[in-house]
Design a protein around this ligand. Structure first.
Ligand SMILES: Cc1cc2nc3c(=O)[nH]c(=O)nc-3n(C[C@H](O)[C@H](O)[C@H](O)COP(=O)(O)OP(=O)(O)OC[C@H]3O[C@@H](n4cnc5c(N)ncnc54)[C@H](O)[C@@H]3O)c2cc1C
Length: 588
């Protein structure tokens, strides 16, 4: 079967913040650039980001990028790569000012400068005092950022392929990446997009959990495509639970609420974070606050009829601040929790929010894999940025507002390095392998031919139940081992999924079945990686190994899907220009 081929200098899979920032760089350099997205670009999950984007602008109090770097290293529980962290924190002020000049409508201080609010784990002078580092556009920062970037791309003539789903990565016999296959949802046709360089910016995969703040489209497609193409996934055991998802609904209430002065209360009306984090209190990093909340519930101090959530109180901020700085939160609380936060507290519970792991990359956005003795050898023509990538700046735990920053800093850096690669090393296209589309065609043919198989929603729910119950906020050996067995069984069921509707035009059942192929790879990687890590670090809190073990475990996990085996690689301990920040105990 001959599959139509379209050619571009660069193909970018993903129209969220990372994909759009990279695309802008490429298009403005005059390269022919395609962006594929499953949804209209401005509906990507970046649009849902609420609280802010970090940068040490120092608009409210003194701040320095070195302090931002220290907080990020400490937040990462020393699993983050310090060269990448330095790169990101140094570039942050420039990246935010650039967004401002692109026209992003930030909130303003009286003096006209960008408004900044406090956020979890961001401190002054490597210390105990919160600093106002999160640049915000009310509680809709991602919305403002994504629309700004989209408009710049329209001006730069980026070509958008909207409602196109990339299915598989194409590698040639040398292992170089030469394009992707993709499904045009409107027609059901499969295409080959042939490129000199490909960037994955496919976002998160929070939908492997039953309770998640993530959009339904966050199905880890980039990671699934990597696994099928023999590229390992890094640090998949580390999933961030956001402390304040609306209980029962999962919808996010930004940490910006606590940044503005909101506090968490247990059933005794006690501000319990004062006990766990005497200095930063409610603004300790997310892994810390989530564990404290779970402990309150486990120890019987939860609220509500089932004592299974805590309360987020913000009425003391007064109606003006709530209406001006947190209008979206008020709306969410009224719609999803049935309370008006001007009068009543919001019921909240830790909810899966963010994937710290992902496709292994360096701070140039290049995808790097072990080859011979080299732990990080570049995969020619392949780049990744944003939540799907693991640079690794977030290590074992991400600080709030560092993701939006990651998108623009590494999106731009990846774009710059793709330009260099295309101009210096790839004057023309490498040849496509003859079997370029075979894997994708076989996957779709299997679905079209399958009868008497498993229903996609049922298998997906079984996966979500397993991940939720076996790889939650607190983990233990017995539970994780059980989880590995269960998820392998679910993976067998995924091979037999069937769709009853075999039509081609806008067949969303087919898209969901193809997404499940990706989700399951992420879920299996998560459980196998988590089961193996015998320590507690950042978001991986292990009841049987309650301490961080730097001697044995200060290393990144790499998971290979074909064999389901793990290898490890060292953490980067050499920053670019400053001194190494050595490990310490994490207290707040
Ligand atoms: C509710 C919420 C609030 C948040 N608030 C903040 C915050 O205030 N500050 C902060 O720093 N971080 C925040 N985060 C985290 C941050 O928003 C995300 O990590 C970030 O936006 C991810 O951006 P991205 O560009 O990597 O991917 P996304 O914005 O998720 O975009 C992914 C893109 O990939 C496309 N795609 C995926 N698979 C395919 C495929 N197979 N084919 C074609 N296209 C595909 C999608 O269509 C989409 O365009 C928040 C996250 C959530 C869920």
């Amino acid at each position: 079967m001959s599959v139509p081929v379209r050619r571009f200098d660069a193909v970018i899979v993903g129209g969220g913040g990372a994909g759009l920032r990279a695309a802008l760089q490429l298009s403005e350099a005059g390269l022919n650039t395609a962006v594929l997205s499953k949804v209209f670009p401005t509906r990507s999950h970046t649009v849902a980001a609420q609280g802010g984007i970090s940068a040490s602008l120092g608009n409210v109090q003194e701040d320095r990028w070195e302090w931002h770097m220290y907080d990020t290293v400490k937040g990462s529980d020393w699993l983050g790569d310090q060269d990448a962290i330095e790169f990101m924190c140094r570039k942050a002020p420039e990246a935010v000012i650039e967004l401002e000049h692109f026209g992003m409508p930030f909130d303003r201080l009286e003096n006209g400068k960008i408004y900044q609010r406090p956020f979890g784990g961001h401190t002054q002078n490597n210390g105990k005092t919160p600093v106002q580092r999160a640049c915000a556009a009310a509680d809709r920062t991602g919305h403002a950022m994504l629309h700004t970037l989209y408009q710049r791309n329209v001006r730069a003539n980026t070509q958008f392929f909207v409602e196109w789903m990339a299915l598989d990565l194409i590698r040639d016999s040398e292992g170089d990446v030469v394009g992707v296959t993709a499904l045009e949802m409107e027609t059901g046709e499969i295409f080959i997009l042939h490129a000199k360089a490909v960037l994955f910016a496919t976002g998160g995969a929070g939908r492997i959990y039953a309770a998640s703040t993530n959009a339904f489209i966050n199905t880890g497609d980039g990671l699934g495509m990597c696994v099928r193409a023999g590229i390992p996934l890094e640090d998949m055991e580390f999933w961030q639970f956001h402390p304040t998802g609306v209980a029962g609904a999962g919808v996010l209430i930004t940490e910006g609420v606590r940044g503005e002065g909101g506090i968490l209360l247990n059933s005794n009306g006690e501000r319990f974070m004062e006990r766990y984090a005497p200095n930063l209190k409610d603004l300790a990093p997310r892994d810390f606050v989530s564990r404290s909340m779970e402990l309150e519930v486990l120890e019987g101090r939860g609220c509500g009829p089932n004592k299974d959530y805590v309360l987020l109180k913000l009425d003391h901020l007064g109606p003006d601040i709530i209406k001006q700085r947190l209008p979206g939160i008020r709306e969410i609380a009224m719609k999803f929790a049935g309370v008006d936060p001007i009068k009543d507290p919001i019921p909240v519970i830790p909810t899966c929010h963010y994937m710290m792991g992902g496709i292994p990359t360096n701070y140039r956005g290049e995808v790097v894999v072990p080859k011979g003795d080299e732990p990080e050898s570049r995969v020619n023509g392949f780049y990744a940025a944003g939540e799907c990538a693991c640079a690794s700046v977030h290590g074992a735990n991400r600080l709030g507002t560092n993701s939006l920053l990651d998108l623009v800093v590494f999106g731009k850096s990846a774009g710059d390095h793709m330009i260099q690669f295309i101009k210096n090393e790839m004057p023309t296209w490498k040849e496509l392998p003859v079997d370029a589309a075979d894997r994708s065609l076989a996957r779709v043919a299997r679905l079209d031919g399958q009868t008497g198989g498993e229903e996609v929603p049922e298998v997906r729910a079984a996966m979500q139940r397993t991940v939720q119950s076996r790889a939650g906020v607190f983990r233990n050996s017995a539970n994780l081992q059980q989880g590995v067995e269960e998820i392998k069984q679910v993976a067998e069921r995924v091979k037999r999924t069937q769709i009853k509707d075999k039509s081609k035009v806008f067949n969303t059942a087919r898209v969901e079945a193809l997404e499940l192929d990706n989700l399951i790879e992420v879920a299996v990687a998560t459980l196998i990686s988590a089961e193996a890590r015998k320590e507690s670090r950042g978001a991986h809190a292990h009841d049987d190994y309650q301490h961080r073990d730097d001697d044995n475990w200060m290393k990144h996990t790499l998971y290979y899907g074909e064999t389901r085996q793990l290898t490890y690689k060292p953490v980067h301990t050499k920053p670019l220009s400053v001194d190494y920040i050595p490990p310490k105990e994490r207290t707040f």
